[in-house]
Design a protein around this ligand. Structure first.
Ligand code: KIV
Ligand code: ZN
Length: 521
């Protein structure tokens, strides 16, 4: 690999997934891992196998599929964690063990209660053990940006001597600023003897909104790996956003003189996939993938754009996989045109999936005149959830009056084609419909969060609903889409109920049950 190449280490499935509300099921993680490999990331950090049996299983499932990128798992500096990572990642053609220990004074004194030398011994022991198992070992001194520089250089030196092949410098609490981080990386370059023998990596959190800026400062000072997540998801304010860092390096190539292997035309579809799965939608004004990122509304800008796009546009929408046309389709659009559009939007569907999505498209086109790209994306994203039983929503009827409880009647069809009709009252139509669903399925959920997002434009746009619910002490997320937002909510809720019932049918409930991640079928 040339010295100008920046490796993209995606940690959406580990640091991103750690964020509240971002946990994913096994099948969702597999979809994201496949999308990341199509995006051509260099390394996928698939999880933290020692965190739970579910985490172990999902890292292993991703590694066993061997999508192409290096598959990495995170471990603390102890033999149990390291062995678990090894057993989880070894199925991938290329795999990595990533060990970490905190090094800052705050962490040493208050969290680890360990002396400086002890921490170095623990890191060295862990790296040596990992190197006995695999060739590719990454080490991270957690909270590096708040660690004394001379001690950090000592730790990094010891890690290299012990056999680390990548050393990652995390700004764990998003505290640093670009000039300071530039200094830190140059300091390490100057003070660590064998630093050029390894790949120096950067890992930034966004607490002060500078994760991307700090990561770019680090690469400008010699880092050759960026750790980042799709849409910048991650704990608290998130991590460095992959799409922003990659597009900054590409768009300002003459400044950085660097490149990545990312297929940037996959950025938008991957971003949409992750937001649809997690229910965390990128703000409209988010750089690169926000809905307004390429919209020029102001008259003066539009005038300039018409004269020459480069007056106000530094990137082309098609470079990030955003279709420029937002072509409108309708009920007369044929299967061919639909399939072409789906491909242009970056989805690869097999014959069965195309047929299923086309049927949904036709149903939607009967309800609304214009079908936009966002609608098609919502159809595809929600296809999985819409199609797996045991229950299917046949119809929904709701009545609302101001100052009176709402009523809802739902008709469900079971696997044998038998219909069940139940009705209920509630404070509002969503509550009434959810209660009716509970009566029908026998699954009682506690609703924790209900998020509504418009899939496209106009009054008849489809609403995409993500619900977070609790059942038996565990948290589940479900999605649904419809031009009727109560129906979208019902579909989201029914998706979770179906998942719970399928788990029960498979005997996966009761004590010692796996996490919802494992239980996804
Ligand atoms: O933020 C952090 O320090 C981390 C490490 C485990 C790399 O996520
Ligand atoms: Zn982190």
């Amino acid at each position: 690999m040339s010295d100008k190449q920046i490796r993209i280490f995606d940690t959406t499935l580990r640091d991103g997934e750690q964020a509240p509300g971002c946990s994913m099921t096994l099948s969702e993680k597999l979809r994201v891992a496949k999308a990341l490999s199509e995006l051509n990331v260099d390394i996928i950090e698939a999880g933290f196998p020692a965190a739970s049996p579910g985490d172990f299983e999902s890292v292993k499932a991703i590694a066993d599929r061997d999508f192409g990128p290096v598959i990495c798992g995170l471990a603390r500096c102890n033999p149990g964690d390291i062995e678990k990572v090894y057993n989880a990642v070894k199925g991938a053609g290329r795999h990595r063990i990533h060990v970490f220990v905190a090094t800052s004074a705050i962490h040493r004194e208050h969290k680890l209660k360990m002396a400086k030398e002890e921490i170095i011994r623990s890191a060295v022991g862990a790296i040596e053990m990992a190197r006995e198992l695999v060739e590719d070992v990454e080490f991270s001194p957690e909270d590096a940006s708040r660690t004394e520089l001379s001690y950090l250089a000592e730790v990094v030196s010891a890690a290299i001597e012990a056999g680390a092949t990548t050393v990652n410098i995390p700004d764990t609490v998003g505290y640093t600023v670009p000039a300071e981080f530039d200094h830190l990386f140059r300091y390490l370059k100057d003070h660590v003897e064998r630093i050029d023998d390894i790949i120096l990596s950067v890992h930034c959190h966004n607490d002060l909104g500078m994760a991307v800026a700090n990561s770019l400062a680090a690469v400008n000072a010699g880092a050759r790996q960026i750790e980042c997540t799709i849409n910048g998801i991650g704990e608290r304010a998130g991590n460095c956003s992959l799409e922003e860092a990659v597009m900054a390096i590409k768009t300002r190539a003459e400044f950085f003189g660097l490149e990545t292997a990312i297929d940037t035309t996959r950025l938008y579809p991957t971003s949409r996939l992750v937001s649809s799965i997690t229910g965390m939608h990128a703000p409209r004004n988010k750089a690169i993938v926000g809905e307004n990122a390429f919209a020029h509304e102001a008259g003066i800008h539009q005038h300039g754009m018409l004269q020459h796009a480069s007056t106000y546009e530094i990137m082309r929408p098609e470079d990030v996989g955003l279709s420029k046309s937002n072509l409108v389709m309708g009920k007369h659009s044929g299967r061919h045109a639909f399939r072409d559009r789906v491909q242009e939007l970056g989805f690869e569907l097999d014959e069965f999936e195309t047929n299923r999505a086309f049927q949904e498209f036709k149903k939607l086109a009967d309800k609304k005149k214009d079908v936009y790209d966002g609608d098609i994306e919502a159809i595809i994203m929600n296809a999985d959830s819409a199609s797996s039983g045991p229950w299917t929503l046949k119809s929904l009827e709701v009545q609302t009056h101001t100052d009176q409880p709402a009523t809802a009647a739902v008709t469900l069809i079971d696997e044998n084609g038998k219909e069940t009709v139940k009705s209920s009252h509630g404070d509002g139509p969503v509550a009434a419909a959810f209660l009716a669903l509970e009566k029908s399925t026998g699954v009682e959920l506690t609703l924790r969060n209900f998020e509504l997002h418009s899939a496209s434009i106009g009054e008849d746009a489809q609403g995409e609903v993500t619900v977070t619910v609790e059942y038996d002490g565990e948290s589940y997320r479900g999605r649904g889409a419809s031009v009727d937002i109560v129906e979208a909510g019902c579909r989201a809720c029914l998706e979770v109920m179906n998942r719970i019932l399928r788990r029960k049918q498979q005997g996966l409930s009761g004590p010692g049950k796996p996490t919802p991640e494992q239980a996804t079928i």
